[in-house]
Write a protein that binds this ligand. Structure first.
Ligand code: CDP
Ligand code: CDP
Length: 224
């Protein structure tokens, strides 16, 4: 039987994790799991239902009665919240501005980590997020912590937004990214940090193709 491995990609916002993870998963024939989309989905529901985002207990109760599904499609991964397609809706500025508050709750993280571990169980997987190498898949055969300068990450988001006809100024995007990174790194429960056995990959001056090739090379080493 062909051996398959688990690949954990962590890092701050707009480092290129999901873009690279998708390419690597496709090349290896593995599933791709975007854990950020799951935190975004529960945040969207909390906003829609007017739940107090600072209430740990209410956040956990809300998630316990929520179905979040990720499904691959020809146009990338689709995200379903209680059977509704929310793939576009979870990328709104409103969700982006609130997701780190929701993701800081222990009641939310405990359930999410369990769900993500179930999704990955016994299969070849590329999973991206903030706590994959440290908490979700601590035994992953390959862990990569991807980053890039905050200026470059804001520039990338700016270009991506332009294609989607969103025109948030570059300085505003940089501020939003830096604030989210800070909240994600300073929270008490599973903060964003590089796992001790993760490889650091600075993508500031790498193209998408170069970054994907480097991760595929590292995966090839683990597979051989
Ligand atoms: O794509 P982008 O970098 O903007 O963010 P994302 O990966 O969609 O994640 C959105 C937010 O979810 C992050 O800023 C974190 O607050 C949270 N998150 C997390 O706490 N743990 C994860 N494993 C993934 C995301
Ligand atoms: O998942 P994460 O938030 O880390 O980043 P992403 O959504 O994969 O990437 C953010 C944007 O940067 C996307 O539009 C990518 O196409 C772009 N990107 C890039 O220009 N160069 C790279 N080396 C990686 C990503």
């Amino acid at each position: 039987m062909t051996k398959s491995i688990q690949i954990a990609l962590d890092g701050p916002a707009a480092a290129g994790k999901s873009t690279i993870a998708k390419i690597v998963a496709e090349q290896l024939g593995y599933i791709y799991i975007d854990t950020g989309a799951m935190y975004r989905a529960i945040t969207l529901k909390a906003l829609n239902e007017g739940i107090n985002l600072s209430d740990n207990e209410a956040a956990g109760e809300l998630l316990a009665k929520t179905a979040i599904d990720l499904q691959p499609s020809e146009n990338g991964q689709l995200v379903f919240l209680d059977q509704q397609n929310v793939t576009e809706a979870i990328r709104s500025q409103e969700v982006t501005g609130s997701v780190s508050e929701m993701a800081a709750h222990e009641s939310v993280r405990l359930q999410m980590v369990k769900l993500q571990q179930q999704l990955a169980e016994g299969r070849g997987v590329v999973m991206d997020g903030r706590d994959i190498g440290t908490d979700v898949l601590p035994k992953a055969e390959l862990k990569v912590f991807m980053s890039a300068s905050v200026e470059e990450r804001a520039r990338r988001r700016f270009e991506e937004n332009k294609k989607r006809n969103i025109h948030t100024p570059l300085e505003e995007l940089q501020g939003e990214i830096a604030k989210r990174d800070q909240m994600d790194s300073e929270r008490e429960v599973s903060p964003l940090r590089q796992a001790d056995d993760a490889i650091y990959l600075d993508t500031t001056s790498l193209t998408i193709r170069e970054a994907a090739a480097e991760i595929l090379r590292l995966a090839g080493e683990r597979l051989s």
